[in-house]
Ligand binder design. Structure first.
Ligand code: NAD
Length: 452
């Protein structure tokens, strides 16, 4: 069976690829294992030099990579260029990380150090929203730590990852392999006995399923899963200053970002002004094919997501909520959904309770912050959350209440190479980025030298 990669702006097939068989998965792991044996012998500094060369290679292919991302994913070209820029930044950050042993005690009694060893072959499974950037997030810390990686991209968006593997292979053959497909290739990869770690970004059901498959082998696992991030706008928030950041936090990448703002709770005194500002920004978007000049807002990536998000919006309409969205331009034939604001939705509506992962934002007015926090703290998800307002006791209290992996103040969905990022509850396990994320790709070995 083959994979048709569809351009979501046109519904046309961009490319048809073969799915990897189990034998091909086994071959990919064997090649990675062989390369690991020499790659691990290099010093951390030598591996850093290779990672910088990879970053140079990505920069040299930036336009080609960005065009592939637009064709397979749908986002506007400037956003795809931003994704390529992020890929370079994360690669260079990891290139410069130190793997020197940490000295815990250096006394007359003993010298105790923690060494960080590579694990072996790491399996990476990625989703379709930021296909290149998330691949880089998985691959680069693993390689820098001395591991080899085999990646399985989403079948919806494999093209930019294939190009990335070509770039890496031209510089350091064998350390990064790729397999294509879904359940068959993916499960063969993660359960392969020579795969020592899984790093997975995607939905909570798939992530927990894969973790259960490898639990008996005690493989390491990092899971970045779903979210339903809440933002809370306080009565003292400066709407003129913050509205555009709130809009971006929700609609970045057409809302298809794990840690996008997915529910907004606004104090009633600011409610209408903020909703009006958000609607104005939605109306200013130029919706269309991301390859066209001037387009600022593309389609959602696939039909399933399109159907899910449009059905949530329809349910909101049926509930009597006010659904506000600009008209779509005529003549579009892709999975387009205009940026949509939903006013006064009932709290039990799916668009509020469930992850939409699309261009829709329910905006909920509140009078009593203590009451609304009971709803804002999601029972299952805890990826990110945000508070918007001036410094105050109330702001501190809300920050203290939120139980998500990241709490932003006057911002949302900002991720940086040096800041750990990960979800709590069913939003994930472990962490990516920063030194903490890097160390998840290593095996700790304590060396204790007695001096007495
Ligand atoms: P998904 O779970 O359907 O797929 C993710 C990946 O898993 C794909 O590569 C897919 O082919 C693969 N896969 C699916 N079933 C598999 C199986 N049985 N064995 C092996 N591999 C399998 O998720 P998606 O639809 O691609 O992505 C959307 C979801 O990802 C959303 O829930 C979103 O919140 C989440 N996400 C989270 C983050 C984060 O950092 N927390 C980032 C991006 C996306």
């Amino acid at each position: 069976m083959q994979i048709d990669v569809i351009n979501p702006a046109t519904k046309q097939v961009v490319e048809t690829l073969n799915r990897s068989s189990v034998e091909e998965v086994n071959d990919a792991v064997a090649t990675a294992l062989q390369s690991f044996e020499t790659w691990r012998q290099k010093t951390s500094e030598e591996r850093g030099v290779v990672l910088h060369a990879i970053a140079d290679g990505i920069e040299a292919s930036a336009t080609e990579l960005a065009n592939l991302i637009v064709a397979e994913q749908g986002k506007p070209l400037p956003v795809a260029m931003m994704e390529v820029g992020g890929a370079v930044a994360w690669t260079r950050y990891n290139a410069d990380l130190s793997q020197a042993p940490e000295v815990l005690e250096d006394s007359a009694d003993r010298l105790v150090q923690v060494h960080r060893l590579p694990l072996g072959v790491v399996a990476s499974i990625t989703p379709w929203n930021w296909p290149l950037m998330i691949a880089i997030w998985h691959i680069m810390p693993a390689l820098k730590a001395g591991n080899a990686v085999v990646i399985k991209p989403s079948s919806n968006t494999p093209l930019s990852t294939i190009k990335l593997v070509d770039i890496v292979s031209a510089i350091e053959p064998g350390i990064l392999g790729i397999v294509l497909g879904g359940k068959i290739a993916g499960e063969a990869l993660v359960t392969h006995p020579e795969v020592k770690k899984l790093v997975f970004t995607g939905s909570t059901p798939t992530g927990t399923h894969l973790a259960s498959l490898i639990a008996k082998d005690l493989k390491k696992v990092t899971l970045e899963l779903g979210g339903n991030d809440a933002g809370i706008v306080l009565a003292n928030a400066d709407i003129d200053k913050l509205a555009s950041k709130i809009y971006m936090g929700a609609f970045i990448n057409m809302g298809q970002t794990c840690a996008a703002l997915k529910r907004l709770y606004v104090h009633r005194s600011k409610y209408d002004a903020l909703c009006d500002a958000l609607v104005d920004m939605a109306k200013a978007e130029v919706v269309g094919n991301g390859m066209e000049e001037g387009v600022t807002f593309g389609p959602v990536q696939n039909k399933n997501q399109y159907d899910l998000v449009t059905s949530m919006i329809q349910q909101a309409r049926d509930s009597g909520s006010e659904v506000i969205a600009p008209e779509l331009p005529e003549g579009l034939d892709g999975y387009f959904i205009a940026p949509t604001i939903i006013k006064n939705p009932p709290l039990e509506l799916s668009v509020v309770c469930d992850e939409q992962f699309g261009p829709v934002l329910p905006v909920i007015p509140y009078d009593d912050i203590k009451e609304i926090m009971k709803d804002a703290i999601h029972k299952e998800f805890a990826l990110g959350g945000s508070v918007w307002g001036e410094e105050s006791e109330e702001l501190d209290w809300v920050v203290g209440q939120l139980d998500s992996g990241t709490v932003w103040i006057n911002n949302h969905a900002e991720v940086l190479p040096h800041i750990p990022f990960g979800g709590n509850k069913l939003s994930g396990l472990g962490v990516e980025f920063g030194v903490e994320g890097f160390l998840e790709n290593t095996q700790r070995k304590v060396v204790s030298y007695s001096r007495t």
